[in-house]
Design a protein around this ligand. Structure first.
Ligand SMILES: *Cc1c(COP(=O)(O)O)cnc(C)c1O
Length: 232
C-alpha cells in the first residue's frame, strides 16, 4: 500500500512542479511516519524514499536506531528545551524552532557535541492560537537574533497551515511565507540562507508547491490515516 501511495503522491508532485514551471528535484518529499510502524517505513525505504519526518523526539530516536543509517530524519514537531540534548545530533533538520530560547538551547548542545545543526524557523502565518510558531511580523527579528548563535545554521522557514476543506484557502498562507523568505533572503544576514521553505501537507501540498515550497511533509497521503488510540 505504501509503495502505491508514494507513486500516486510522486505523480501529483511532478504535475504540480510542471504547472508551476519548477523542477521536480527542487522539492523534497518528507514522508511523515509518526505513529506508523517500522515495517511501513521499510516499505517506503525500499522504493528509494530517504527523508522521513517525526514529531516526537523519543519516537525519532527509537526508529532511527532500528532503521537504515542513511535515512535522513526530520524533526517536525514542537521541541521542548529539555529534549534538545537527546535529539540534537540525530535529526538532519529541525523544522520547528520558534523562539530564541529554544535556539540557544540547540546552539549550546551543538557546541558541546562539536557539530553544527541545521534549523528552520517556524512561522504561525495564519495566527492560529493552537499552533506554535513565531508571528510573521516578528520573524525577521527572531532570525537575526538566532543567526548570531554559534553551531547553528538557519536554512529557511516552515509553517503548518490550517486544516481546511479546500486547499485553495491556504494559498495566501503559502504565498505569504514565500514572500517572507524572499524579504529575509534580501537582507543577506550572515549565517542565514533561505533555501528551504517547508510547507504543504497531505491536504494541500500541491498548492504549496505552486507557491514555492521546497519541502513538503506528507503523512496520511503515504501511510494512511493515523490511529492515536493504539499505544506506541
Ligand atoms: C503530522 C504532520 C504532518 C503530516 O500531516 P498529514 O496531513 O498526515 O500529511 C506534517 N507536518 C507536521 C508538522 C505534522 O505534525
Amino acid at each position: 500500500m505504501v509503495a502505491e501511495n508514494l507513486k500516486a503522491v510522486e505523480e501529483k508532485i511532478s504535475a504540480a512542479c510542471q504547472r508551476a514551471g519548477r523542477r521536480r528535484e527542487d522539492v523534497t518529499l518528507v514522508a511523515v511516519s509518526k505513529t506508523k510502524p517500522e515495517s511501513m517505513i521499510e516499505e517506503a525505504y525500499g522504493t528509494g524514499q530517504r527523508d522521513f519526518g517525526e514529531n516526537k523526539v523519543q519516537e525519532l530516536i527509537r526508529k532511527r536506531e532500528l532503521l537504515p543509517e542513511d535515512i535522513r530524519w526530520h524533526l517536525i514537531g514542537h521541541l521542548q528545551t529539555n529534549k534538545v540534548r537527546a535529539v540534537v545530533d540525530k535529526a538532519c533538520l529541525i523544522h520547528s524552532v520558534d523562539s530564541l530560547h529554544l535556539a540557544e538551547a540547540i546552539s549550546k548542545e551543538a557546541a558541546k557535541k562539536g557539530c553544527t545543526i541545521s534549523i528552520l524557523v517556524e512561522v504561525n502565518v495564519a495566527g492560529e492560537d493552537t499552533k506554535f510558531g513565531t508571528a510573521p511580523e516578528d520573524t525577521i527579528d527572531l532570525v537575526e537574533s538566532i543567526a548570531a548563535l554559534p553551531n547553528l545554521k538557519i536554512k529557511g522557514l516552515m509553517t503548518i497551515a490550517p486544516f481546511v476543506d479546500n486547499p485553495e484557502k491556504n494559498r495566501p498562507i503559502f504565498s505569504r511565507l514565500k514572500q517572507l523568505s524572499v524579504d529575509i533572503a534580501a537582507k543577506n544576514i550572515n549565517n542565514v540562507s533561505m533555501c528551504v521553505l517547508s510547507m504543504g501537507m497531505t491536504n494541500d501540498y500541491e498548492v504549496a508547491i505552486e507557491e514555492g515550497s521546497t519541502m513538503i511533509r506528507v503523512g496520511t497521503g503515504i501511510f494512511g490515516e493515523r490511529d492515536y488510540t493504539v499505544k506506541q
